[in-house]
Design a protein around this ligand. Structure first.
Ligand code: GLY
Length: 348
């Protein structure tokens, strides 16, 4: 089990982990934005390897820069890497550490809500390659993760909403009680310290699932809730040069998949209205789609890498909040009908 520290005293937590691990040297991997906005406040006395920020730099060139930096800074098999950043940094820094001299220890310090609730925990590492996202990588859990909500103080509201959608996903997978608690919390009005206990509960949901199925042979696929339809919204928005935050796409995707769950598994209809109202009242907006986009959206869903064949579209669905069912398929006509209801509920 990964060691996860929940604290708002980040420097102290890192220093105590370094003492415990006792490496011969420590190397920070980060990006230019995090170096400017976060590292200045942490005052950690270790050399840094700073890559360019953004998913477009989660590539072999940045990875090679990290490996070269580790060599130049004299890292050995007994050194420690500390990845400080969002999902790009924890994924790519984790992969760099997992492959440098056949693997050295690393700690993740996520600086976005999205990476804290998802990428930094669970051992998926890697880079994008030849236009495919996360095409090259390895399962390599961090030796420790330090989660702190005060690091999110400089995040724009879209980043908070984006990460919060993944927390709602964990609530839906876990229990009605946890889901209700999340829908009663309003991330944009809250103070960040009050988010820490909720985030801890949320990360524990992912931990439990990953512990049961670390390499995604079965139940870990439940974490894809909202992602089959979500990736379709995200892909279409990107294709139109109007990219949407990942978590917004997941938030919309979860509504489409709840509607499918209602059609196929009698997921309660009152829950559809409740969730759609939450999205509308809490600043998630709505995707700019109409019925002319259905062909493209279905095509994106068909190409989702979780599908076993081209003729079936695979979803994680819900019998009720807290009761997910993996490997469910839906017909194209059910998907089109669910997009109609989605537009109706979102008022688009
Ligand atoms: N992001 C889903 C997972 O880690 O499996």
């Amino acid at each position: 089990m990964q060691k996860i520290l929940y604290t708002n005293n980040v420097s102290e937590a890192i220093e105590s982990l370094v003492k415990e691990i006792n490496p011969v040297s420590v190397h920070i991997i980060t990006d230019e934005n995090v170096e400017r906005d976060v590292l200045a406040r942490l005052a950690l006395p270790y050399p840094r390897i700073v890559v360019k920020a953004g998913d477009e730099h989660k590539n072999i060139a940045s990875l090679s820069q990290i490996w070269a930096g580790l060599i130049e800074q004299g890292a050995t098999r007994h050194s420690l890497v500390i990845n400080i950043g969002g999902g790009v940094i924890t994924d790519m820094g984790g992969f760099a550490a997992a492959t440098y001299k056949r693997g050295i220890k690393f700690i993740n310090v996520p600086t976005t809500l999205l990476s804290a609730v998802d990428a930094a925990v669970g051992g998926k590492t890697g880079i994008n390659f030849e236009g495919f996202k996360n095409e090259i990588g390895a399962f390599a859990p961090a030796d420790a993760v330090v989660i702190s909500t005060i690091l999110f103080a400089t995040l724009p509201r879209e980043e908070l909403l984006s990460g919060y959608a993944e927390m709602i996903k964990h609530g839906l997978l876990s229990s009605e009680k946890e889901y209700n608690e999340l829908l009663n919390f309003h991330i944009l009005d809250a103070n960040l310290e009050s988010l820490l206990p909720l985030l801890e509960k949320s990360v524990k949901v992912k931990e439990r699932i990953v512990e049961e199925d670390p390499k995604e042979h079965g139940i870990r696929r439940a974490l894809n809730l909202g992602h089959t339809a979500g990736h379709a919204f995200e892909g279409l928005a990107l294709e139109r040069d109007t990219p949407m935050p990942h978590g917004y796409a997941v938030a919309y995707g979860m509504l489409v998949e709840m509607i499918l769950s209602h059609t196929l598994l009698q997921y309660p209809s009152a829950e559809l209205y409740r969730y759609a109202s939450y999205l509308k009242d809490n600043g998630y907006g709505a995707p700019a789609i109409d019925c002319k986009d259905y062909d493209a959206l279905v095509e994106y869903m068909r190409h989702d890498k979780k599908n076993l064949t081209r003729d079936t579209i695979n979803f994680t669905l819900l019998a009720s909040p807290g009761n997910p069912l993996i490997d469910r398929t839906a017909s194209e006509s059910d998907i089109r009908a669910s997009l109609d209801i989605f537009r109706d509920l979102m008022g688009i």
